[in-house]
Design a protein around this ligand. Structure first.
Ligand SMILES: CN(C)C(=N)NCCC[C@H](N)C(=O)O
Length: 270
């Protein structure tokens, strides 16, 4: 029997969302972006969270930071402590201080900005007591040691090898304290062996579902909010007793992000 646990999320309205530079293979500044549609799709995601009983805080978007909607990248927050992001790309660097200030002003005084590139929950995913940590494209592998020292939790490094899946949360999603879903070809052979050893019962996503960012999902232990085009993945989840909730974030996918990217989990101190 699966049970849902209410979550506390931080989101950023895509008021200034656009694709005006390219820092991942999904971003093509020549393709038009419909910002009002992006806002409507994001509002729907927020409503879905509220209807599932989650708390959603919002951070004020900043003009000139079109990727700020991807709140998951702003920090990693575990046990009420926040390790704030240090972005790889100049275009996103100013987001770090914005998330830092919001967290400090909103009940997370125990915080630090990462000293090397660390793109927050884009590359750091908590499963049970352990943090899975991606590297290969964005977060520096040295950030894994820093996170382990800061959080006092085991950090397991995983290397990503396909530029389309440049953050860990594009290739792996946490479904509950012990269960993950992932796309095997996104990982180096050694990292794949680690995942197989740790999660022998994992849900394995198809290339088609990975390509619509099906793994860029959030779960409360029962309800899994994911891109609605990931239909086969949704079926696999249903068979395992989860409740998939499909949403359409097609405009945000033009920047290489979807459900999880828009959602930073704020985990309280216990
Ligand atoms: C997985 N998460 C949080 C993300 N994948 N975030 C989306 C970041 C998109 C942005 N254009 C970038 O390339 O940084």
């Amino acid at each position: 029997m699966r049970t849902a646990r209410a979550r506390h999320y931080l989101m950023c309205r895509p008021t200034y969302f656009d694709v005006v530079y390219s820092i991942n293979p999904w971003m093509d500044p020549k393709k038009p972006v419909d910002t009002p549609l992006a806002i409507a799709q994001w509002e729907r995601l927020r409503e879905v969270y509220l209807s599932l009983g989650h708390t959603v805080d919002t951070i004020e978007p900043v003009r000139g930071l079109p990727d700020m909607v991807f709140a998951a990248n702003g920090a990693t927050v575990v046990d009420g402590r926040a390790l704030v992001a240090r972005f790889r790309d100049a275009e996103r660097i100013a987001e770090g201080p914005a998330y830092h200030d919001w967290l400090r002003a909103n009940g997370f005084p125990d915080l630090r900005t990462a000293s090397v590139v660390n793109e927050g929950e884009g590359d750091y995913l908590l499963v049970g007591d352990v943090l899975l940590a991606g590297t290969g494209f964005r977060s520096d592998p040295r950030s894994h040691d820093e996170a382990q020292e800061f959080f006092g939790r085991p950090v397991i490094g995983l290397t990503l090898v396909d530029p389309d899946y440049y953050h860990l949360d594009t290739a792996l999603t946490v479904l509950d304290e012990k269960t993950v879903a992932y796309y095997p070809p996104a990982f180096s052979p050694g990292s794949l062996a680690v995942l197989q050893r740790l999660f022998p019962d994992a849900v394995l996503a198809s290339a088609e579902d990975a390509a619509v960012f099906g793994l860029n999902a959030t779960s409360d232990g029962l309800n899994v909010v994911l891109p609605r085009n990931a239909t086969a993945l949704a079926e696999q989840l249903r068979e395992r007793g989860f409740r998939p909730v499909g949403v359409d974030l097609s405009e945000l996918l033009k920047a290489g992000g979807s459900v999880k990217c828009c959602t930073l989990e704020l985990r309280p101190a216990h």
